[in-house]
Write a protein that binds this ligand. Sequence first.
Ligand SMILES: Nc1nc2c(ncn2[C@@H]2O[C@H](COP(=O)(O)OP(=O)(O)OP(=O)(O)O)[C@@H](O)[C@H]2O)c(=O)[nH]1
Ligand SMILES: [Mg+2]
Length: 462
Amino acid sequence: MIEQSNDDKEKKTAVLFSVQTYGVSDEENDSSLIELRRLVKTLGLEVVGKLTQRRPKPDKGTLLGAGKLKELAGYTGGTGIVEGYSRKSADESGDDETCDDLDEAYPVGSLADDPTAENSVHANVVVYDGEISTKQLKNLEQATGVEVLDRTGVILEIFSRHAKSREALIQVEIAKLTYLAPRIRASHIGGDRQGGGIGSKGSGETSHELDKRRIRDRISELKLRLVEIRDEQNRRRDRRKENLLVSLVGYTNAGKSSLMRKLTGSDVLVEDKLFATLDTRVKALQPEAFPPVIVSDTVGFIKKLPHDLVASFQSTLDEALAASLLLFTVDVSDPAFRSQLAVTQTVIKEIGGEEIPSLLILNKIDKLTTGELEALHREFPDGIFISAHNAEDVAFLRGKILQYFESNMIETTMVIPYDKGHLLGQLRTKAGIINETYDERGTEVTFKSFPETLTWLQKKMG
Ligand SMILES: Nc1nc2c(ncn2[C@@H]2O[C@H](COP(=O)(O)OP(=O)(O)OP(=O)(O)O)[C@@H](O)[C@H]2O)c(=O)[nH]1
Ligand SMILES: [Mg+2]
C-alpha cells in the first residue's frame, strides 16, 4: 500500500528520465515529466532527480546515448555500461554529439550539482517517461543496477493498488499479464525481488513460474469472468436506460468524484492522487429531479496510456457511452488543462462517443485569480465555471444539467384508453404530467417528456 511505503525504513527513491525527440517542445517534455513525477509520488517514491536527452529518436538498445547513460547510472550507483552492446552509426541512433543534454536535478542539496560524484543521490528505481522494450529494459537494468520502470508500468502499479471491485481487479490483472509479464521475465532484477519490487506486486506468482501458456490460460480465464460481470452490468445498464444518464468524464484528478459527491450526496472516494477512481459509480442527482437524473463517475484519463490498457477499462468507458449527456470536467488550475481536455476528447471520440452532447465543466476556479478567471471566460464562453467545493456553484451546475434535459422535452396530448390504464401509471414515472381529464374514450393526458418516452408510449399503444 502507498501509505506503508512512508513507514519503510528506507524510502524508495527514483530518478526520472525522458528522451525528447525533435518534434517535441520543451514545454511538452516538461509537463510530461511533471506528470510522471506525480505518478511516481502516488506510488510513494521520492523523486531525487530527472534527466532529459534530446535526440532524433531513442536509442534502440538503451534509449539514451552512452554518456547520458553513465550519468543516469550516477544516480543509482551502476556502471553505466552494457556489456557487449555496441551502438550503430551516429545517424542511425543519434549519438551523444548530436544530442543536447537538458538535465536538471531537483534541489536535493549539493549533490544535485554533480550526480556522478561518488556520494551522489542514490536512486533505487529508474523511471522512463515512455515505453521500454524488453531489450532496453534488460540493458538499462544492467547499466544502472536497479529496477527500471516505464510510464505504463507506473500507471499499472497505481491501478493495481487502487483497484477494489472484482471487475477492476480482474481488469488490472489482465493488463498486467499482457503488458508486464514479458518485461518482468526479461528483467532479472524484477524477478529477484518478487513481492518487494515496485512493479512486481499483484498476481502472486513469481515471474519464472509464469510460462507463456499459463499466462495465456490465465488471461482467457479472467476474460471469461469479466464477460459474466459485464453481462450483469449490461442488464443493469439496460434497466437504467429509461433514466436520464449524465456521465462525468475527464483527466485524472480533475475533480470528477468530488462533483459526483456533491451532485448526488454519495460518499465516493475523493483523493489528491492520480487514478483514485477505477470503478464506475452511479447515483441519482440530489435533490431528486423529475424525471430522475442518474450521474456516473468514471475512471480518469491520462496522456500516453497504451491502447490495450484503455481497452481493458472498456466497461467503465461503456458507462460513459450509455450517457445522454457527458460532463467534460477539467482542473483549470493545472497549467496543462487544455491538453488534458484534448486527451479526454480524443479518447471519447475513439470509443465512439463523439455524438453524445456534452457540457464543459471548468472546475477548481477557487484556485484562480480574478484576472485568470476573466480570461478563461473569454476563452470558453460556453463553459460552466465552478468549484466543486462551493455549494452554490454545484447548485448552478445542477440547474444547467436539468436545463439541458428540459430543453429536449416535448409537450404532448394523448388519449389513453381505460383498458391500457397501466401505461398511465408508467408514464407518470417517466414524464411530467401537466393535465389529466377523463371521458368515454379514456384518459386525456397532457405531459412533458423526452422523445424516447413518447416513442415508448406510442409503441405500447400499438
Ligand atoms: N481547490 C479545489 N480542489 C478541488 C476541487 N475539486 C476537487 N478538488 C480536489 O482535487 C483532488 C482530486 O479530486 P477527485 O474528485 O478525487 O478527482 P477525480 O477527477 O475523481 O480523480 P481520479 O479519480 O483520480 O480520476 C482532491 O484533492 C479534491 O479535494 C475544487 O473545486 N477546488
Ligand atoms: Mg475519482
